[in-house]
Design a protein around this ligand. Structure first.
Ligand code: ADP
Length: 804
């Protein structure tokens, strides 16, 4: 639609404005300070009093050039000018019409331009009317929403105005942005101006709505945290009233402080604090609170950052090891080597020490001495019987009564993150469907992984890299292979009687006296008494029972001595029985008659070397092989091999060749633990079977060990030193060992060898030669020609070599 607007052009001074808008019809006071502007005002005031007001695009510019000004503005008349003392001028101007700068005619000393003036068109059209209504409606809403203006103030302003003026007034007073005001100022046609204003108002209202929503949300949040704070304070007050709150604050506050004091890494600290928050919100007695409390107690009691300082002095270490232990020279040397290397490389990575040996030989006490030498804390856990990964690594917290695994329990006991950590009986772990504890242990031992050991309960990585782990085992071959690969194994074998006597005199007796509050003068053990304890009351490779018996003698005497009834007691073999009761063992199991079907083996069991009698009976039957006693699969195979050998040699041995069809053979091992290596009982079983089948008695003072093959060859076995010591303890006079084990005999103390005759064999025929008596047991019917008495003729095997 065409709106007739008259346009006139004139040259007038230009006054740059900084954000002030003077719409036509408005009277506005202006403060003018810039020199150029004052000049322009003066010039205008001196002529027609007309001036072009143009806004700066960038209001921060001090000396605006024509390019810096909008071309659209308003032409105004200067109503009044007042000069202030500081040189600035106050002018009151009234907007007359919209003006458009066509071009500048002068830049200095003030701006002057050719301006095209547009008059306002007063015409009313229905369309404009509709727009006005909609603007009025918006305007009311806007005023209500913005709350910045008293509604009646503007209502009066707006009424009775022409549509164009209405648009200008609203733009001048309501629109918050300069660009919008400038835009409205630049539009001459009334309709377009009205449209622009509705559009801007609509947008502004939308923004305001949004702002309001955000405000509400923020307020709600603030209210919530205020409420929480208030409630928390109330809880505190209630707790105080109830006496739940002491000087140190509530439980959760204490936990919070403790957690902060641990110096945990940031993420772990946050995790722990989250638990504290959870606890705080729970009623104290619910089951869940108990779980969280336990968890926090665990976290707070672990030595996250507590470390003791190492003493790295090898001489001291040597001295301490000697102070605590008799003998064990080689073992001590290896330990010292190990410690020196660690000291040289200054880190704890590398293989783990593993002490292997029978019980009571000082494995634990060596580890304790190492801790003492390094000045570290000492902890010990036993892995014997552990079959569940959770015992190492803990149960998840979702389980009722869940706890951390043994590793972290040990760390808590240690109270420092670098203790000497003894793990006993690594060879006694087993595994089942609940996971393999060995693999969890691997993680503990692996220097690549153990700085972030994860426990199911704790669910936080714990640093074990500073721990010095020492393991012990009774035998090396049941240690899971991957574990064994990470270990430096140090074997400690059993003690001879002489060594035991020395250990008792130098260590065990003084230690027990002290523990019972006695002095050396009070109670004296004669050497013979000690020997009697060793021989009659204990049968072991180590000295654990010996120590126990000595302790028991001390205990029984302590009362008398303390009461002052007696001043000095000497323990002799004679009065030993009074304190320890009847002897539990006879020296020398072997001191009995030679018997048919009984042979004496020696084996290494869990408790070290021991003698192991094997009994065989032969009965009429169908040729079955029965094994009873604690026999394993390997033993059965080994017995079977023995029988096959006997069958192949039946004629030479003088046995009915069909014995395996007509007779049942029953092998029984009546006492003793389970031997660690089944096959080593091979020749013993075969000897007993031959004896039972032939009726030739086995010599009572011969013990034996060796694996047998189908063809009667005798193969070497392990644990020779332990076995020879055991045979010696049992009072055996002669021992049969595989020829290939000759080198192992060198480790046996000379004193023991002097008392024993050792026969080296490589064939079963030689074993029988040494072990079987030549005489037949009276009454046994012979089923073979008497030629068996000389087996050499048939076998060609040489006489067994002996070192006697
Ligand atoms: P293990 O751990 O090998 O089963 P322990 O370390 O418990 O054996 O030793 C049992 C007892 O024997 C401890 O009191 C220990 O001090 C003592 N003992 C063992 N060997 C020696 C030794 N060579 N010298 C002094 N005491 C020893």
């Amino acid at each position: 639609m065409f709106e007739p607007v008259s346009k006139t052009k004139r040259e007038i001074p230009v006054l740059p404005l900084r954000g002030a808008f003077v719409f036509p019809g408005m009277i506005v006071p202006l403060q003018v300070g810039r020199e150029k502007s004052v000049l322009a005002l003066d010039e205008a005031a001196g002529s027609e009093r007309l001036i072009m007001l143009a806004n700066q695009r960038d209001i921060s510019k001090d000396q605006p050039l024509p390019e810096d000004l909008h071309d659209d503005g308003s032409v105004a008349v200067i109503r009044q000018i007042t000069r202030e003392s500081n040189g600035s001028v106050r002018a009151v101007v009234e907007g007359l019409s919209r003006g458009h700068i066509v071009g500048y005619v002068q830049r200095e000393p003030y701006l002057r331009a050719l301006v095209e003036e547009s008059s306002e068109d007063p015409e009313q059209s229905p369309e404009n009317e509709a727009l006005v209504r909609s603007i009025m409606h918006q305007y009311e809403q806007f005023v209500r929403m913005s709350k910045k203006l008293p509604p009646e103030a503007l209502a009066s302003v707006v009424t009775n105005e022409s549509p164009g003026r209405l648009a200008d007034t609203i733009a001048a007073y309501l629109l918050p942005k300069h660009e919008d005001k400038q835009r409205v100022l630049g539009i001459v046609p009334v309709k377009a101006r009205l449209e622009a204003v509705t559009e801007i108002l609509a947008r502004e209202m939308e923004l305001m709505e949004l702002e309001k929503r955000i405000n509400v949300r923020v307020r709600k949040q603030m209210e919530k945290s205020q409420k929480e704070y208030y409630l928390r304070e109330q809880i505190k007050a209630i707790q105080k009233e109830l006496g739940d709150r002491d000087e140190k604050g509530t439980e959760s506050e204490q936990f919070r402080n403790q957690v902060l004091a641990l110096g945990l890494p940031k993420d772990l600290e946050e995790k722990a604090l989250r638990e504290v928050d959870r606890l705080e919100k729970m009623p104290p007695m619910v089951a869940e609170a108990v779980v969280v409390r336990n968890y926090l107690e665990w976290i707070c009691s672990l030595p996250w950052n507590v470390e003791t300082k190492d003493r790295l002095d090898i001489q001291t270490a040597e001295r301490i090891l000697d102070e605590d232990h008799y003998g064990l020279t080689k073992v001590k040397e290896r330990i010292i080597e190990y410690l020196s290397i660690r000291q040289l490389v200054k880190q704890m990575k590398g293989p783990i020490l593993c002490f292997v040996g029978p019980p009571g030989v000082g494995k634990t006490s060596l580890a304790k001495s190492i801790a003492r030498a390094l000045d570290r804390k000492f902890v010990r856990i036993s892995l014997g019987g552990v079959r569940d990964e959770a015992e190492i690594r803990g149960h998840r917290r979702t389980y009722v009564g869940a706890l951390p695994g043994r590793i972290l329990q040990g760390m808590r006991t240690a109270g420092s993150k670098n203790p000497v950590f003894l793990m006993d009986e690594v060879d006694k772990m087993s595994y089942d469907f609940r996971g393999d504890p060995a693999s969890a242990l691997l993680e503990v031992l692996d220097p690549e992984q153990n700085s972030t050991f994860s426990d199911h309960y704790l669910e936080m990585p714990f640093d074990l890299s500073r721990v010095m782990v020492i393991t012990t085992a009774n035998t090396a071959h049941t240690i899971p292979r991957p574990l064994l690969d990470r270990m430096e194994v140090i074997y400690i074998s059993g003690y001879t009687e002489e060594e035991k006597v020395k250990i008792a005199q130098k260590f065990l007796v003084p230690k027990q006296l002290k523990e019972h509050g006695l002095e050396a003068g009070h109670l004296e053990f004669s050497e013979r008494a000690i020997r009697s304890i060793i021989g009659l009351y204990t049968r072991e490779s180590g000295v654990r029972n010996l120590e126990r018996e000595i302790a028991s003698v001390c205990r029984k005497n302590a009362r008398d001595i303390v009461r002052g009834e007696r001043k000095h007691i000497k323990i002799t073999p004679g009065n030993l029985g009074k304190y320890l009761g009847v002897p539990r063992f006879r020296t020398g199991v072997a001191e009995k008659e030679s018997a048919v079907g009984v042979a004496l083996g020696v084996a290494v069991t869990d408790v070290g070397g021991d003698v192991m009698p094997v009994e065989v009976t032969v009965m009429k039957g169908k040729g079955s092989l029965i094994l009873t006693g604690k026999l394993g699969e390997v033993m059965r195979e080994s017995a079977q091999a023995g029988i096959s050998y006997i069958r192949s040699r039946a004629d030479v041995l003088g046995i009915d060749e069909a014995f395996h069809e007509k007779e049942d053979i029953h092998i029984h091992i009546p006492e003793g633990g389970i031997p660690k290596d089944g096959p080593s009982a091979g020749i013993t079983m075969a000897t007993a079977v031959v004896s039972a089948l032939t009726g030739r008695p086995v010599r009572h003072d011969v013990a034996m060990t060796g694996e047998i093959t189908l063809r009667g060859r005798v193969l070497p076995v392990g644990g020779i030193k332990e076995k020879v010591l055991a045979a010696h303890r049992a009072g055996v006079k002669s021992i049969v060992v595989p020829a290939d084990n000759r080198k192992d005999i060198e480790e046996v103390p000379a004193k023991v060898l002097r008392a024993l005759r050792v026969s080296y064999v490589d064939h079963m025929d030689q074993v029988l030669d040494v072990a079987l008596d030549d005489e037949m047991e009276a009454g046994k019917e012979l089923s073979v020609p008497p030629s068996f008495a000389n087996p050499e003729q048939g076998t060609g095997a040489g006489k067994p070599a002996t070192n006697h």
